[in-house]
Design a binder for this molecule. Structure first.
Ligand code: 5GP
Length: 217
Protein backbone atom coordinates (compact mmCIF):
# COMPACT_ATOMS: atom_id res chain seq x y z
CA UNK A 1 0.00 0.00 0.00
CA UNK A 2 1.30 3.50 -0.72
CA UNK A 3 0.27 6.85 0.59
CA UNK A 4 -0.45 9.46 -2.07
CA UNK A 5 -0.81 12.66 -0.11
CA UNK A 6 -1.98 13.45 3.36
CA UNK A 7 -2.43 16.45 5.55
CA UNK A 8 -0.14 16.03 8.56
CA UNK A 9 -1.12 17.22 12.00
CA UNK A 10 2.13 17.42 13.97
CA UNK A 11 2.77 15.96 17.43
CA UNK A 12 3.21 19.39 19.00
CA UNK A 13 -0.06 20.83 17.60
CA UNK A 14 -2.12 21.56 20.74
CA UNK A 15 -5.43 21.37 18.87
CA UNK A 16 -8.21 23.98 18.92
CA UNK A 17 -9.73 25.04 22.22
CA UNK A 18 -13.20 23.54 22.66
CA UNK A 19 -14.49 27.05 23.39
CA UNK A 20 -14.03 27.97 19.72
CA UNK A 21 -16.69 25.50 18.53
CA UNK A 22 -20.05 24.18 19.60
CA UNK A 23 -20.41 20.60 20.77
CA UNK A 24 -22.96 18.68 22.87
CA UNK A 25 -23.06 19.94 26.47
CA UNK A 26 -23.22 16.34 27.73
CA UNK A 27 -19.54 15.97 26.76
CA UNK A 28 -18.27 19.03 28.61
CA UNK A 29 -15.17 18.05 30.61
CA UNK A 30 -14.78 14.82 28.62
CA UNK A 31 -12.59 16.25 25.83
CA UNK A 32 -9.14 17.89 25.71
CA UNK A 33 -9.29 19.68 22.37
CA UNK A 34 -10.65 19.64 18.83
CA UNK A 35 -8.06 18.11 16.55
CA UNK A 36 -10.01 18.26 13.25
CA UNK A 37 -13.11 20.50 13.10
CA UNK A 38 -16.13 19.16 11.21
CA UNK A 39 -15.86 21.73 8.40
CA UNK A 40 -12.25 20.77 7.71
CA UNK A 41 -13.21 17.08 7.58
CA UNK A 42 -15.85 17.92 4.98
CA UNK A 43 -13.47 20.01 2.87
CA UNK A 44 -10.79 17.32 2.92
CA UNK A 45 -13.38 14.63 2.09
CA UNK A 46 -14.42 16.61 -0.98
CA UNK A 47 -10.83 16.59 -2.20
CA UNK A 48 -10.42 12.86 -1.48
CA UNK A 49 -13.59 12.26 -3.53
CA UNK A 50 -12.01 14.15 -6.44
CA UNK A 51 -8.79 12.10 -6.18
CA UNK A 52 -10.82 8.87 -6.14
CA UNK A 53 -12.84 10.09 -9.12
CA UNK A 54 -9.66 10.96 -11.04
CA UNK A 55 -8.23 7.48 -10.41
CA UNK A 56 -11.33 5.33 -10.62
CA UNK A 57 -13.79 7.31 -12.75
CA UNK A 58 -15.68 5.09 -15.21
CA UNK A 59 -15.00 1.92 -13.16
CA UNK A 60 -17.86 0.25 -11.31
CA UNK A 61 -16.92 0.09 -7.64
CA UNK A 62 -18.13 -1.69 -4.57
CA UNK A 63 -17.69 0.53 -1.52
CA UNK A 64 -17.05 -1.54 1.59
CA UNK A 65 -17.80 0.59 4.64
CA UNK A 66 -16.08 -0.53 7.83
CA UNK A 67 -18.58 -0.19 10.69
CA UNK A 68 -19.21 1.24 13.07
CA UNK A 69 -16.62 4.03 13.07
CA UNK A 70 -16.55 4.43 9.29
CA UNK A 71 -20.24 5.13 8.74
CA UNK A 72 -20.05 8.95 8.78
CA UNK A 73 -16.92 9.21 6.64
CA UNK A 74 -18.32 6.67 4.19
CA UNK A 75 -21.67 8.47 3.92
CA UNK A 76 -19.97 11.84 3.34
CA UNK A 77 -17.39 10.42 0.91
CA UNK A 78 -20.04 8.61 -1.15
CA UNK A 79 -22.11 11.80 -1.15
CA UNK A 80 -19.21 13.83 -2.55
CA UNK A 81 -18.40 11.19 -5.21
CA UNK A 82 -22.09 11.22 -6.22
CA UNK A 83 -22.04 15.01 -6.51
CA UNK A 84 -18.93 14.86 -8.72
CA UNK A 85 -20.53 12.13 -10.85
CA UNK A 86 -23.55 14.41 -11.44
CA UNK A 87 -21.41 17.33 -12.49
CA UNK A 88 -19.01 15.74 -14.95
CA UNK A 89 -19.12 13.27 -17.80
CA UNK A 90 -17.04 10.75 -15.84
CA UNK A 91 -19.07 8.79 -13.35
CA UNK A 92 -18.50 6.02 -10.85
CA UNK A 93 -21.40 3.57 -10.56
CA UNK A 94 -21.28 2.54 -6.88
CA UNK A 95 -22.72 -0.20 -4.72
CA UNK A 96 -22.31 0.14 -0.98
CA UNK A 97 -21.81 -2.76 1.43
CA UNK A 98 -20.97 -2.88 5.11
CA UNK A 99 -18.63 -4.95 7.20
CA UNK A 100 -18.51 -4.71 10.98
CA UNK A 101 -15.26 -5.12 12.87
CA UNK A 102 -14.53 -4.97 16.56
CA UNK A 103 -11.06 -4.93 18.11
CA UNK A 104 -11.04 -2.24 20.81
CA UNK A 105 -11.95 -2.28 24.49
CA UNK A 106 -11.69 1.12 26.22
CA UNK A 107 -8.77 2.75 24.35
CA UNK A 108 -6.76 -0.45 23.87
CA UNK A 109 -6.50 -2.55 20.74
CA UNK A 110 -7.18 -6.21 21.52
CA UNK A 111 -5.58 -9.09 19.65
CA UNK A 112 -8.85 -10.72 18.72
CA UNK A 113 -10.30 -8.85 15.80
CA UNK A 114 -13.80 -10.07 15.02
CA UNK A 115 -15.79 -9.61 11.89
CA UNK A 116 -19.21 -9.25 13.48
CA UNK A 117 -21.93 -11.15 11.59
CA UNK A 118 -19.44 -12.08 8.84
CA UNK A 119 -21.30 -12.55 5.61
CA UNK A 120 -20.26 -14.20 2.42
CA UNK A 121 -18.42 -11.63 0.31
CA UNK A 122 -18.10 -13.85 -2.77
CA UNK A 123 -19.94 -11.18 -4.77
CA UNK A 124 -16.64 -9.21 -4.60
CA UNK A 125 -14.99 -11.61 -7.08
CA UNK A 126 -13.72 -9.64 -10.09
CA UNK A 127 -14.97 -6.32 -8.66
CA UNK A 128 -13.15 -3.05 -7.89
CA UNK A 129 -13.41 -2.59 -4.14
CA UNK A 130 -12.97 0.64 -2.20
CA UNK A 131 -12.62 -0.06 1.53
CA UNK A 132 -13.64 2.97 3.60
CA UNK A 133 -12.30 3.09 7.16
CA UNK A 134 -12.30 6.00 9.64
CA UNK A 135 -8.94 5.38 11.30
CA UNK A 136 -5.83 3.27 10.93
CA UNK A 137 -3.72 2.87 14.07
CA UNK A 138 -1.20 0.03 14.16
CA UNK A 139 -2.55 -1.17 10.81
CA UNK A 140 -3.30 -4.66 12.22
CA UNK A 141 -7.02 -4.30 11.55
CA UNK A 142 -6.47 -3.17 7.97
CA UNK A 143 -4.00 -5.98 7.32
CA UNK A 144 -6.48 -8.60 8.57
CA UNK A 145 -9.33 -7.05 6.64
CA UNK A 146 -7.30 -6.84 3.42
CA UNK A 147 -6.39 -10.53 3.73
CA UNK A 148 -10.06 -11.39 4.25
CA UNK A 149 -11.23 -9.29 1.27
CA UNK A 150 -8.42 -10.58 -0.98
CA UNK A 151 -9.58 -14.14 -0.34
CA UNK A 152 -12.73 -13.32 -2.38
CA UNK A 153 -10.55 -12.46 -5.40
CA UNK A 154 -11.62 -8.90 -6.28
CA UNK A 155 -10.06 -7.31 -9.38
CA UNK A 156 -8.68 -4.34 -7.42
CA UNK A 157 -8.70 -3.10 -3.84
CA UNK A 158 -8.17 0.52 -2.80
CA UNK A 159 -8.43 1.84 0.74
CA UNK A 160 -9.61 5.27 1.89
CA UNK A 161 -8.81 6.12 5.51
CA UNK A 162 -9.82 9.45 7.00
CA UNK A 163 -7.19 9.30 9.74
CA UNK A 164 -3.86 7.56 10.04
CA UNK A 165 -2.07 7.67 13.39
CA UNK A 166 1.68 8.04 13.67
CA UNK A 167 2.13 4.91 15.75
CA UNK A 168 5.56 3.46 16.57
CA UNK A 169 6.01 -0.02 15.02
CA UNK A 170 2.97 0.30 12.79
CA UNK A 171 2.62 -2.39 10.16
CA UNK A 172 3.17 0.35 7.53
CA UNK A 173 0.20 -0.73 5.46
CA UNK A 174 -1.15 2.70 4.62
CA UNK A 175 -4.41 3.53 2.84
CA UNK A 176 -4.23 4.72 -0.77
CA UNK A 177 -6.27 7.82 0.16
CA UNK A 178 -5.55 9.46 3.51
CA UNK A 179 -7.42 12.40 5.00
CA UNK A 180 -5.13 13.37 7.88
CA UNK A 181 -2.08 11.92 9.56
CA UNK A 182 -2.49 12.55 13.29
CA UNK A 183 -0.47 12.13 16.51
CA UNK A 184 -0.80 8.87 18.44
CA UNK A 185 -3.61 10.01 20.76
CA UNK A 186 -7.04 8.46 21.27
CA UNK A 187 -9.57 10.44 19.25
CA UNK A 188 -13.36 10.41 19.21
CA UNK A 189 -16.20 12.03 17.28
CA UNK A 190 -17.43 11.97 13.68
CA UNK A 191 -18.66 8.39 14.41
CA UNK A 192 -15.49 7.34 16.23
CA UNK A 193 -16.38 6.11 19.71
CA UNK A 194 -14.99 5.31 23.12
CA UNK A 195 -17.10 2.38 24.38
CA UNK A 196 -19.97 3.57 22.12
CA UNK A 197 -19.91 7.18 23.41
CA UNK A 198 -19.01 10.27 21.33
CA UNK A 199 -20.39 9.06 17.99
CA UNK A 200 -22.84 11.99 18.33
CA UNK A 201 -20.04 14.57 18.19
CA UNK A 202 -19.29 16.31 14.86
CA UNK A 203 -15.65 17.26 15.34
CA UNK A 204 -12.73 14.88 15.81
CA UNK A 205 -11.51 15.51 19.34
CA UNK A 206 -8.96 14.14 21.80
CA UNK A 207 -10.70 12.49 24.75
CA UNK A 208 -9.67 13.73 28.22
CA UNK A 209 -8.58 11.53 31.14
CA UNK A 210 -11.86 12.49 32.78
CA UNK A 211 -13.79 11.25 29.73
CA UNK A 212 -11.87 7.96 29.70
CA UNK A 213 -12.65 7.37 33.37
CA UNK A 214 -16.30 8.36 33.04
CA UNK A 215 -17.08 5.96 30.20
CA UNK A 216 -14.70 3.11 31.10
CA UNK A 217 -16.19 -0.39 31.26
P1 5GP B 1 -5.37 -0.79 14.38
O1 5GP B 1 -5.63 -2.24 14.18
O2 5GP B 1 -4.93 -0.08 13.12
O3 5GP B 1 -4.47 -0.50 15.53
O4 5GP B 1 -6.72 -0.12 14.85
C1 5GP B 1 -7.71 0.12 13.97
C2 5GP B 1 -9.05 0.17 14.65
O5 5GP B 1 -8.93 0.59 16.00
C3 5GP B 1 -9.89 1.18 13.98
O6 5GP B 1 -10.71 0.52 13.05
C4 5GP B 1 -10.68 1.78 15.11
O7 5GP B 1 -11.84 1.01 15.29
C5 5GP B 1 -9.83 1.60 16.32
N1 5GP B 1 -9.05 2.79 16.70
C6 5GP B 1 -7.71 2.97 16.59
N2 5GP B 1 -7.36 4.16 17.07
C7 5GP B 1 -8.49 4.76 17.49
C8 5GP B 1 -8.76 6.04 18.09
O8 5GP B 1 -7.91 6.91 18.33
N3 5GP B 1 -10.07 6.28 18.38
C9 5GP B 1 -11.05 5.39 18.15
N4 5GP B 1 -12.29 5.75 18.48
N5 5GP B 1 -10.83 4.17 17.60
C10 5GP B 1 -9.56 3.88 17.26
Amino acid sequence: CISLLSSQISDDWPGYSLDLFSYPAHYSGDLDCVIVPHGVIMDRTERLARNIMDDLGDHDIVVLCVLKGGYQFCADLVDRIKALSCNSNRTIPMRVHFIRLKSYLNDQSTEDLHIVGAEDLSFLAGKNVLIVEAIVGTGKTMKTLLKHVESFRPKMIKVAGLLVKRVPHSSACLPDYIGFEIPDRFVVGYALDYNEYFRDLNHICVISENGKTKYKI
